[in-house]
Write a protein that binds this ligand. Structure first.
Ligand code: 4AD
Ligand code: MG
Length: 431
């Protein structure tokens, strides 16, 4: 008999199959038992009819506990009433391993309890749907950058550099010297761009942020494309095409998961329309001041400001050219203004804030050296990076997408911790 994954049920209608599954819930009457099952690929119902199975099988079905693992044998049927659309008419059950007193029951649990049991909570339908969408976004990311001619170049996790400032560095020992966990792969991606033209890195990044917000993780994953011979306006086009591609692929390939999450697909479709609006930082400040925000030119935006700005538009919005003083050392200075740099943040609608940060890069050796010193960094640590400006420096631009921020927005979740299997938060490193 064929062992299948339940996700493939449409191919096996009316056939007898065998599936390795866990029990999530059940109810039974005297004559029939409904088993709520999951096999990792789908959540589905198994129906055990007393009169059609051996007496022991029906008795066993009634005794099964939540999360007991088993082989179930039966016939696949279409079932238009269920969300999944197929069910299994069970003929036989073989228990693999019992489960007693599973801590996560169908009742409501508090967030701390669920976070403590994250290793088990991942089995539940909501996190399952979110992680499948995460997987789709990662898959679509590789597809997008491959079709656009990018090469993936991996950046190190242990490093001596601090591209995004020294305040939130994760310090560690590296034998007899100091090292940090990577805040960003960007500087290495720039080296990669000078070797391969268009590259992207994708890896974990670390920020020892002391802030406890629904947008911040201590450990998060970042996709960082970097393109040689490219200016900021072309980079913005790639960014919007990439985001629209991700949203479209989630709509196309994760319909059941979006339904599980009650995500409004019509809303998501708006985000596939290009181009996205662009406003300058100056215009953003004006807009905020007109709407009674107490914010002065030069300030960075907090979450209320970002939410207001994004709500002003139907699509994600690029905010261009922030003050030099609040942005990292590597950004290209504006050609006619001293006070801003050539950069953009992409703000997501519905209150999700900044999902992309990017810029054109400074190309002049002396300017960059000066910026490194002004940032209080040790030029010796950046001498390899400065080499990129010594040997055939070219215009180049890049950006970083925070994977979990993008997932949180696309899935419509409230908190970024839901977008990663095992979140690392302020005061949480378990499980
Ligand atoms: O804006 P950031 O700090 O930019 C960089 O790191 C650049 N080096 C990227 C580049 O140009 N290659 O971070 C980029 C994105 C943010 O827009 C946000 O989506 C995400 O990373 N991010 C975080 N996500 C979760 N938790 C945190 N603590 C995050 N910090 C940044
Ligand atoms: Mg940023």
């Amino acid at each position: 008999m064929k062992e299948i994954n339940m996700i493939d049920a449409p191919k096996y209608v009316d056939e007898r199959v065998k599936i390795g599954a866990w029990l999530t819930n059940k109810r039974s009457s005297g004559k029939i038992a409904f088993l709520q099952l999951r096999d990792g690929t789908a959540f589905f119902q198994g129906v055990v009819v007393k009169n059609n199975v051996a007496e022991e099988t029906f008795e066993l079905a009634k005794e099964l506990r939540q999360e007991t693992s088993m082989w179930v044998t039966g016939v696949v049927h279409e079932d238009s009433r269920s969300k999944f659309g197929y069910e299994l008419e069970v003929e036989d059950i073989e228990v693999v391993s019992e489960s007693n007193d599973y801590p996560i029951t169908p009742k409501e649990h508090g967030i701390d309890f669920l976070m403590d049991h994250r290793h088990l909570w991942l089995r539940s339908s909501r996190p399952h749907a979110i992680m499948r969408i995460r997987n789709e976004i990662i898959r679509a990311t590789y597809e997008f950058f491959n079709k656009e001619g990018f090469t993936k170049v991996d950046s190190p996790i242990l490093t001596g550099s601090a591209p995004e400032g020294t305040t939130d560095l994760f310090h560690t020992e590296y034998f007899d010297r100091d090292a940090y966990l990577s805040q960003s792969g960007q500087l290495y991606a720039e080296a990669g761009a000078m070797a391969f033209g268009k590259v992207f890195t994708f890896g974990p990044t670390f920020r020892a942020e002391k802030s406890k917000t629904r947008r911040h993780l201590i450990e998060f994953w970042m996709i960082e494309p970097e393109m040689a011979f490219m200016h900021q306006d072309e980079s913005l086009e790639i960014q919007e095409q990439y985001i629209a591609f991700l949203v479209q692929n989630v709509i196309d390939n994760c319909a059941t998961d979006l339904e599980t999450l009650d995500r409004d697909v019509e809303q998501l479709k708006k985000y596939t329309k290009l181009p996205y609006p662009r406003i300058s930082y100056d215009e953003a400040i004006e807009l905020l001041q007109k709407n009674d925000f107490d914010v002065q030119w030069g300030a960075d935006f907090g979450s209320p400001e970002e939410t207001f700005l994004a709500d002003h538009f139907e699509q994600p919005v690029f905010v261009l050219n922030y003050p030099k003083a609040i942005k990292p050392f590597y950004m290209k200075p504006h050609p006619t203004r001293d006070d801003v740099v050539i950069c953009a943040d992409l703000l997501a609608p519905e209150g999700y804030g900044e999902i992309i940060g990017g810029s054109e890069r400074a190309v002049d050796y002396d300017y960059l050296l000066d910026q490194i010193k002004k940032a209080g960094l040790d030029p010796k640590e950046y001498s390899w990076y400065l080499d990129l400006r010594k040997y055939g420096s070219v215009p180049h631009a890049g950006f970083g997408l925070g994977l979990e921020r993008a997932i949180t927005w696309i899935t419509g979740e409230d908190h970024v911790r839901e977008a990663i299997p095992f979140p690392r938060l302020l005061n949480r490193i378990y499980p």
